[in-house]
Write a protein of this length. Sequence first.
Length: 89
Amino acid sequence: MQSVIKLETKSAQLSPTETLPVLRYGSYGDAVKIVQRLLFTLNYYSNVINGVYGLRTEAAVKSFQKDNGLVVNGIVDSKTWLGLSRISC
């Protein structure tokens, strides 16, 4: 089962009817921008918000996962999305 969460940023948004994608190193697009902006807001990410899931985004995701008791794998799955949305709200 996939989580459906509405997340918005100044530069990107996902509608409430979209299921959130699983993101990992090599992913790109608006969903990655949302993750980068959330991680930036939470002081895990300090680089350019460009929608490219590179090494720095992966490292930020892993730090967030570690600090929040999630599986540390650098993959933004439904549990990581949920964690990001709870903390960012």
